[in-house]
Design a protein around this ligand. Structure first.
Ligand code: TRP
Ligand code: SF4
Length: 403
């Protein structure tokens, strides 16, 4: 991978349109995206074609889910002035690259992706013995490679998909990255970086190729990165020449693991729509209050005077997310000494979540009342994404000498 300046590094990530998001999404993914958009060139998209791989029988809810999800992104602080927000199906290049990549992807690579069998088992009620479902991770590879992403923020469950993406990129570069006169051109490019740098490049290349010295490879990447006066094509040639292959058309992305969201739900299990234990980002204040007030607590606390143990209580799990050490002590003492009741314990938690959600709800309301603006953000983002995607596809088709 190229060692770019952070602001030049590209980040790509997507979410399937599941409709309104909840606090688990916020703490697990969105806050991370909001941070990244300030430091990297970010592309965040709604993977509506991916939704179709499992919901092909009734896709009619998808457009509504798409809009609702983008409203939540915007409400959480993703900004169209900092990140490109778009819809996969509005960038048909995703389908085009997926098709081209499918030609060189061994069937066994897809069958071996763990999510393939896992999801089929899990979603037993659906017939997922389809071509589209098998191709799910390859469509994801196309999503990523289309933008030549350096980094893909994902959860642990997606790492195998990023690994597949790297393998597919490597295979593509191997098959199509070889220009007939590659060596000659690479040698020509070395001359363009000057005598001293050229000599350094050659010695680093030798150290890497003959001794597998990764540090030499890294230094060589930095050297090439600092060359201002060579063309992008020459830079790519020299990068490819370092590792002994051809030109790198599709760079290999890296997974950037978002730490597993420990966001507990209302029942203490992980917060998830399928467990029905969520607080949505747009939960009305009174609903939110009701949900916390009715949360189960340590069953030992039947009467106010019965002491309890926070370790047996889902409310305490939420306190761990929202309360500082001082308040956690307060909970522990009050619970174990039965000096207050569970509603007293829940009160500061309710306040903390309300305070977190207040600005989010307000921004969401603005966008709910202006759905045209939301649609415009999606359309403009998709057009911008398309320009970048088209460039990659032009490179791809040219490398294949198919056009
Ligand atoms: N498969 C991802 C998920 O279920 C969603 C996704 C689709 C994605 N395309 C992507 C994530 C590209 C990152 C990059 O969460
Ligand atoms: Fe849970 Fe707090 Fe009640 Fe203890 S006092 S059982 S931590 S809600």
């Amino acid at each position: 991978m190229t060692t770019n300046l952070p602001q030049n590094q590209r980040v790509v990530s997507g979410m399937r349109p599941t409709g309104k998001l909840h606090l688990g999404h916020y703490h697990g993914v969105l806050k991370n995206w909001v941070d990244m958009q300030l430091n990297y060139e970010c592309f965040f998209f709604v993977a509506d074609w991916h939704a179709l791989t499992t919901h092909y029988e009734d896709p009619s809810d998808t457009p509504k889910h798409v809009e609702d999800m983008v409203i939540d992104w915007l409400a959480a602080g993703i900004s169209p002035s900092s990140a490109t927000i778009f819809l996969q199906s509005q960038v048909p290049e995703h389908a085009e690259l997926h098709l081209l990549l499918s030609m060189i992807t061994p069937l066994s690579w897809l069958e071996r992706v763990p999510t393939y069998k896992d999801q089929q088992e899990k979603l037993r009620e659906k017939d997922l013995a389809t071509y589209g479902f098998l191709g799910y991770p390859l469509l994801q590879s196309a999503d990523i490679l289309l933008y030549k992403a350096d980094m893909v923020p994902v959860g642990e469950d997606q790492v195998a998909h990023i690994e597949l993406t790297r393998e597919v990129a490597r295979r593509f570069n191997h098959i199509y990255g070889r220009e007939p006169d590659f060596e000659e051109r690479a040698e020509g490019a070395i001359k363009k970086i000057g005598k001293k740098n050229g000599k350094l490049y050659r010695s680093l290349r030798k150290r890497y190729q003959e001794q597998g010295d990764d540090e030499a490879l890294e230094v060589a990447h930095a050297l090439l990165e600092s060359q201002q006066n060579i063309s992008l094509g020459d830079r790519e040639r020299l990068l490819g020449y370092l590792e002994g292959m051809g030109k790198i058309i599709l760079p290999e992305p890296e997974a950037k693991l978002t730490k597993a969201s420990k966001m507990p739900g209302l029942d203490g299990q992980k917060m998830s729509k399928s467990y029905g234990n969520t607080i949505t980002l747009r939960e009305p204040p009174d609903e939110l209050e009701k949900k916390i007030r009715t949360m189960p607590t340590d069953p030992a606390r039947v009467r106010l005077t019965d002491p309890g143990n926070p370790e047996n209580c889902p409310v305490y799990e939420l306190h761990k997310v929202y309360s500082d050490d001082e308040r956690l002590m307060w909970v522990n003492e009050g619970c174990r000494n039965a000096s207050f009741g569970c509603l007293d314990c829940k009160k500061p938690l309710i306040d903390a979540i309300q305070a977190e959600l207040d600005p989010i709800r307000e921004r969401a309301r603005e966008f709910e009342n202006n759905r045209d603006a939301v649609r415009a953000i999606i359309t403009e983002g998709s057009e911008a994404a398309r320009d970048v995607a088209r460039e990659t596809l032009d490179d791809v088709v040219e490398a294949m000498r198919f056009a």
